[in-house]
Design a protein around this ligand. Structure first.
Ligand code: PEP
Ligand code: MG
Length: 323
């Protein structure tokens, strides 16, 4: 089985009728790169930078961050590397930031919200990213965006940092700036948000949690937490359609992107980039090579007409076992 999949390592990710998509990897640190390269990733779709800030007593310095980003960019050559700005809070606590105890941490002080409130910390990360940009094909992504204003605020800070570097004579390369779509408000308003960014990446882990109001860590209600929930699938479909309407590429870096049962639907909805744990890449590439775009679109339409997660999951389970 493993030998059979190995033939896909150096292949493009392509449907049976020749539509090319990108299969990328999610990473948490430069140490994951060996695994990424061994599994034939065509890019990094999500570099979770928060691990740089965890398990230590002070924030990582600009140089420390720069070195980590540079290492990943260099190892990927000209392949795209999406680096996400700090996403802490929720379940990821950082003692030295003295974050307040909250009743609802997942609805609280988190991610971009912390960065826009802690501008000097955010600027340090943006400086490190700008300095690393010349070593590869960088794309920067903001997490937990709920409104247009947050994008504008973050971009204004990025512009300020760009000007500072220019004044200091430090070289950098222009890069795309995108956002995660992981809050229902962002998915619903994705037509407007698409006009302000270069790409979307759908974060299903949080999008599911917020759409069905089920804490992603709570075992007791985990039966309600499903990527196959029709409401979640409608938001995904809508986000991709609005991205394309506005001519920006749309990817997915939540767990659902690497779920074989989800892939025919996502392909049919037109997803451009699928980012997943490295070990999921080769099975996904094999599955995609066995589907046509026409079949995928029919599957997507059929799924969108169904009413329950159970019915959808069963149908998609049958689809992939018959391929
Ligand atoms: C997501 O929410 O789907 C996501 C990829 O981000 P994280 O799992 O890091 O919250
Ligand atoms: Mg998330």
């Amino acid at each position: 089985e493993k030998r059979k999949l190995n033939k896909y390592i150096d292949q493009q990710s392509k449907t049976k009728d020749g539509l090319v998509v990108e299969l990328a990897a999610n990473i948490g640190s430069p140490q994951d790169m060996e695994h990424v390269l061994a599994n034939g990733a065509e890019g990094i779709g999500l570099y979770r930078t928060e691990f740089l800030y965890m398990d230590r007593d002070v924030s990582p310095t600009e140089d420390e961050q720069y070195e980590s980003y540079k290492e990943v960019l260099e190892k990927m050559g000209d392949k795209p590397v999406v680096i996400r700005t700090l996403d802490i809070g929720g379940d990821k606590e950082i003692p030295y930031l003295n974050m307040p105890k909250e009743m609802n941490p997942f609805l609280g002080y988190r991610a971009l919200r912390i960065c826009l409130d802690n501008i000097s910390m955010f600027k340090t990360q943006l400086r490190a990213l700008l300095r690393a940009s010349k070593f590869g094909n960088l794309k920067v992504m903001y997490p937990m965006v709920s409104s247009l204003e947050e994008i504008k605020e973050a971009n204004d800070i990025l512009e300020e940092v760009r000007c500072q570097l220019k004044a200091e004579g430090i070289e950098y390369r222009d890069f795309e700036v995108g956002i995660m779509i992981e809050i229902p408000a962002a998915a619903i308003n994705s037509d407007a948000l698409a006009k302000e960014v270069d790409f979307f990446s759908i974060g299903t882990n949080d999008l599911i949690q917020y759409t069905v109001a089920v804490d992603r860590m709570n075992e007791k209600i985990s039966h309600l937490y499903s990527p196959f929930n029709p409401a979640v699938l409608k938001l995904i479909n809508m986000t991709i359609a609005n991205g394309h309407k506005n001519k920006i590429w749309t990817g997915m870096c939540g767990e659902a992107a690497g779920d074989l049962k989800m892939i025919p639907f996502l392909l049919g909805a037109g997803l451009d980039e699928f980012s997943m744990s490295p070990s999921a890449i080769l099975p996904a590439r094999e599955l995609i090579s066995k589907l046509t775009t026409k079949e995928a679109k029919e599957i997507k339409e059929k799924v969108l007409s169904m009413k329950t997660a159970k019915e959808i999951e069963e149908y998609l389970g049958n689809v992939i076992s018959n391929i």
